[in-house]
Design a protein around this ligand. Structure first.
Ligand code: SAH
Ligand code: SF4
Ligand code: F3S
Length: 500
């Protein structure tokens, strides 16, 4: 299962072939993605010229906030920038600086404003620098106005629905002289189409996220995602399977299928297909070793999915099943469409079919009107389910969501105290769970050479546990059996086994 790089060459070659077909003497094509390849080609010619003038390469620094969706979007951005001819860097004086933003909680927004402030000096030193913003925060009302007023150094803003147009927008900024001083802003209310076949650059050679759907229709009352990511849209199964097939030819052994609610995948397609059926088809892709997915909304989790997981050899023994609250009363106000009892019954059903499954979750503390009793229900569910790990969040008020106008916002000190109580319970249980796994042998996909300690590599088990063990770079991208020697709380120290 060594990574062959013939696939990689092929993929690149295909993209390059597309680029070579572009005729710059003609006006830009109307069709996508042809139109974007046209602008990539124009920008590449500009970039080649610019590099010669400067006597150096051009660099791009892309920072990603938020979830896996954004991480995947950043890989698409990176793919386009590389094709134009920018090299990746983490320097703050790069020629192209982009923040792919998140707005799910307020502190995510504050971080971006902080960074933009810091860039003022860098931009004075490198006036050629292009500062770009995209992602969920840009789709929020008022944000673009605030940036126009207070952060004049920003050059380019686009949103979550038109990311595929990056090359075209950048061409406006860089090539159309009259625009050079102006901020280029293009934000769409909702998505027009799903554009396939644009370049993507992967952070890891051996694993990749794959979007199966975009947007969300659930409108949980605290959540801003449906407003900034638009309505739910599924990709055609053929497009997904083709993408995964090509990733596998390119050395990928693990995919993470991405959607805000993967359990409702395919329902709105012209030829509807269930998520379980999609998984069955993905399973059949030869050379693919591991399948993960997120996120599963408990309200839509089907018996079919549980059955598919029970039968599958490739789906990892891990599921992220956001709880949000253990109180049936609050769950209703949150618009989650399940009760405490239904959630617990669902967990039982999943565990019966897949006994060794690791369950993880998201929990919000301090939702408006949360009483001590509601909170006790949350602690109760955590104790009963015994999550392998849990992300805990302090409720953050998001303007425009129904919860923002609910009275009885919980005082900060109360919320903070509950948060600390929950966090220590979650950590205690997760420590106990990892301790139980000591002494077992697990298949580990090696992800990287450990940069903290020489001679160690780091990987993940099927249950998504992190393991460090002695080894070298030749193991990266391979799945090997590892004996878990010691638990360190949220990770293990292990030893590679000789093949059984
Ligand atoms: N679609 C996914 C989650 C996307 S947002 C799902 O349904 O689970 C990731 C997590 O952020 C959510 O699960 C929720 O726990 C948290 N979150 C969302 N809005 C929030 C808010 N206003 N305040 C605090 N946490 C929030
Ligand atoms: Fe937000 Fe709910 Fe949609 Fe998840 S399912 S993105 S929490 S609205
Ligand atoms: Fe954040 Fe957008 Fe994801 S708001 S959590 S980056 S969908």
């Amino acid at each position: 299962m060594m990574m062959g790089n013939t696939g990689e060459v092929m993929n690149r070659a295909e993209m390059e072939a597309r680029l070579a077909e572009v005729d710059l003497t003609l006006p830009p094509p109307e069709r996508e993605p042809e139109r974007q390849y046209y602008f990539i080609r124009r920008l590449r010619e500009w970039a080649d010229h610019r590099k010669e003038e400067l006597g150096r390469t051009l660099t791009a620094n892309i920072t990603t906030f938020g979830c896996q969706m954004n991480a995947r979007d950043s890989e698409k951005i990176q793919g386009i920038m590389q094709m134009i001819g920018y090299e990746e860097t983490d320097s703050n004086s790069a020629d192209f600086i982009l923040y792919n933003t998140c707005t799910v909680r307020e502190n995510a927004n504050l971080k971006v404003y902080g960074r933009l402030g810091q860039l003022k000096k860098e931009k004075q030193e490198n006036p050629d620098m292009v500062i770009a913003l995209c992602g969920c925060m840009m789709q929020e009302k008022g944000v673009v106005d605030k940036i126009r007023q207070s952060y004049r150094n920003v050059d380019l803003i686009f949103g979550t629905h038109n990311l595929y147009k990056l090359a075209e927008l950048l061409a406006v900024k860089l090539l159309d002289q009259p625009q050079r001083k102006k901020m280029v802003v293009d934000i769409w209310e909702d998505a027009a189409e799903i554009v396939e076949d644009l370049p993507k650059e992967r952070k890891y050679s051996f694993k990749s996220g794959v979007n199966i759907m975009f947007g969300c229709n659930n409108f949980c009352s605290y959540c801003i995602v449906p407003y900034v990511r638009g309505r739910e849209r599924s990709r055609e199964p053929e497009d997904i399977l083709e993408e995964i097939g090509s990733l596998v030819r390119d050395g990928v052994v693990e995919v993470m299928l991405l959607g805000q609610n993967v359990n409702s995948y395919g329902k709105n397609l012209k030829n509807p297909i269930s998520f379980g059926e999609l998984l069955r088809r993905v399973e059949r892709i030869e050379g693919l070793e591991r399948i993960r997915f997120m996120t599963s909304h408990p309200k839509d989790l089907s018996d079919e999915l549980i059955q598919v997981m029970g039968e599958s050899k490739k789906i990892c023994r891990q599921m992220h099943l956001p709880l949000q609250s253990g109180s049936s009363r609050l769950l209703q106000v949150m618009n989650r469409h399940y009760t405490k009892e239904e959630y617990l019954a669902l967990v039982d059903k999943i565990r019966r079919a897949v006994p060794d499954i690791a369950l993880t979750t998201d929990i919000i503390v301090g939702f408006p009107g949360e009483t001590e009793e509601d909170f006790a229900d949350t602690l109760d569910v955590v104790e009963r389910v015994r999550y392998d790990s849990a992300f805990t969040f302090l409720y953050s008020k998001r303007t425009g969501t129904p919860a923002a106008s609910m009275e009885e916002q919980v005082p900060q000190d109360v919320a903070k105290r509950r948060f600390d109580t929950l966090l220590s319970l979650v950590q205690k249980i997760s420590g106990e769970k990892t301790a139980q796994a000591v002494g077992t042998v697990q298949e580990v996909l090696v992800e990287e050479v450990n940069d903290q300690e020489e001679g160690l590599v780091t990987g993940r088990t099927s249950q998504n546990y992190l393991v460090h063990f002695p080894g070298d770079g030749s193991l990266v991208g391979r799945i090997v059996p590892v004996y878990l020697e010691e638990s360190k709380g949220f990770y293990f120290m292990g030893r590679k086994c000789v093949k059984k």
